[in-house]
Design a protein around this ligand. Structure first.
Ligand SMILES: Cc1ncc(COP(=O)(O)O)c(C=O)c1O
Length: 445
């Protein structure tokens, strides 16, 4: 192995150069991605920029080991240090959420959810979750997902009455009615595109009334919970799942927690050997490092800033004629209804699909997203979902978020005007985005 890197470079650049010395093709792809991340504004609500320590913990020798089983009960020898790192990750996860049991092995959020389903239900059992098009995740009952294929989902809606209290927010009366009618084994809360606070105590009361277990999938809001910006699902939920890479700002992966010893035993068995093999020990190492970061005092300020920034972005877009579903945001994300901006409304050209593409060309990265009751197909949509975890990590504050709202509006308004205006404004905004990004360098790039 030849080392050609300069110790004066960032660790990331040194690693890219190390890879380049053996594999120029792969290195140039990694470098291009590093450049893309550095020079664009990341507004995808489920993405973040992990710290240098977290990124590189995932690149250590901890990858070289099979550690099937759990600490102290492995199927392979030589696991002393892998036991230590997994215990560290577990202890920090428990401390972050104030709970008794944590399984840090799920490879992803969907795997975590699948393990809980396998642990706590039998195939064919009924569970209750949000209408997927209203903001649920595909692992909460999409027919072609394991959850909809092997189990029977029934769904509760958001409030649809525009004049009613809590328009486009969780309809707790409907949750109760659906549960009373179908008597699900599990009731799910926690979503992919819901901008408001979840009342876990209300969900638990409904679960208790119908004899269901309450599962909270807090993948999106786990960082906010740990940072004190959203109420905790504990002690209300029987079991809690999350991803570790969204607002939490860890490596890509999953996590399952509970206060119930019996549930924890069932979950552990379901995950391994039920559905996973060897754990990704390098990623568990990075989880331990990320959880350590989340336990530091400055993490609370980071999460408070994420929420402040989301409010600033939502208010600024509202002032420019966009509609934010449910009238605003309490957390890190918002759904922007684009039909309010388009003079032709839902019949016009300003779809989520078009907006995602136009904004990407200008260096602003987001995703199309259906809005509640969307008439357009999921591959087209009438909305975009925007989130602030990544821009906040980068150091953007409310002023920069207002500038981002202005960028968005300039691009989308130009798109409505036609191709000439769009191409001219895209070029201008792309240059301004690049300049703004240069003022806020990414961690470790
Ligand atoms: C609420 C929710 N649960 C689970 C997941 C799945 O996570 P992963 O992509 O790691 O499988 C997501 C991902 O977006 C999510 O939003």
């Amino acid at each position: 192995m030849v080392s050609v890197y300069d110790p004066g470079m960032s660790i990331h650049d040194q690693i890219v150069e190390l890879i380049r010395s053996q594999d120029p093709e792969a290195a140039s792809i990694v470098q291009a991605e590093a450049d893309r991340q550095a020079s664009t504004i990341e507004l995808i609500a489920s993405e973040n920029h992990a710290s240098e320590a977290v990124m590189h913990a995932g690149g250590t020798c901890m990858t070289n080991k099979y550690a099937e089983g759990y600490p102290g009960r492995r199927y392979y020898g030589g696991c002393e240090h892998h036991d230590a790192i997994e215990r560290l990750a577990q202890d920090r996860a428990k401390e972050m959420f104030g709970c008794a049991y944590a399984n840090v092995q799920p490879h992803s959020g969907a795997q975590a959810n699948a393990a809980v389903f396998m642990a706590l239900m039998e195939p064919g059992d009924t569970f209750c979750s949000l209408v997927l098009a209203d903001g649920g995740h595909l692992s909460h009952g999409l027919p072609i997902n394991f959850s909809g294929h092997y189990y029977k989902p029934v769904h509760y809606p958001l409030v649809r009455d525009e004049a009613g209290e809590g328009f486009e927010q969780i309809d707790y009366d409907a949750v109760r009615e659906v549960c009373l009618e179908h008597k699900p084994k599990m009731l799910l809360c926690g979503y992919s595109a819901y901008p408001r606070v979840i009342d876990f105590a209300k969900f638990r009361a409904i679960a208790d009334e119908v004899g269901a277990l309450l599962m909270a999938d807090v993948a999106h809001i786990s960082g906010l919970i740990v940072g004190g910006q959203h109420p905790s699902p504990f002690p209300h939920a029987h079991v809690v799942t999350t991803t570790t890479h969204k607002s939490l700002r860890g490596p890509r992966g999953g996590l399952i927690m509970t206060n119930d010893e019996e549930i924890s035993k069932k979950v552990n068995r379901a995950l391994f050997p039920g559905m996973q093999g060897g754990p990704l020990m390098h990623i568990i190492t990075a989880k331990a490092v990320a959880f350590g970061e989340a336990l530091r005092p400055e993490y609370k300020q980071y999460q408070a800033d994420v929420v402040t920034n989301a409010k600033a972005l939502a208010e600024s877009l509202t002032g420019r004629g966009y509609r934010i579903t449910s009238g605003g945001t309490d957390n890190h994300l918002m759904l922007v209804d684009l039909t309010a901006k388009d003079p032709k409304g839902a019949e016009g050209d300003l779809t989520g699909k078009a907006a995602e593409k136009w904004l990407e060309d200008a260096g602003i990265i987001c995703n199309k997203n259906g809005i509640p009751g969307d008439k357009r197909k999921p591959v087209v949509t009438s909305g975009i979902r925007l989130g602030t975890p990544a821009t906040t990590t980068r150091g953007f504050g409310p002023d920069e978020m207002k500038t981002v709202a202005e960028f968005i509006d300039r691009v989308l308004s130009a798109g409505l005007e036609g191709e000439d205006a769009l191409s001219r404004v895209t070029q201008q905004v792309r240059d301004e985005v690049r300049a703004l990004c240069e003022r806020f360098p990414l961690p470790g790039h």
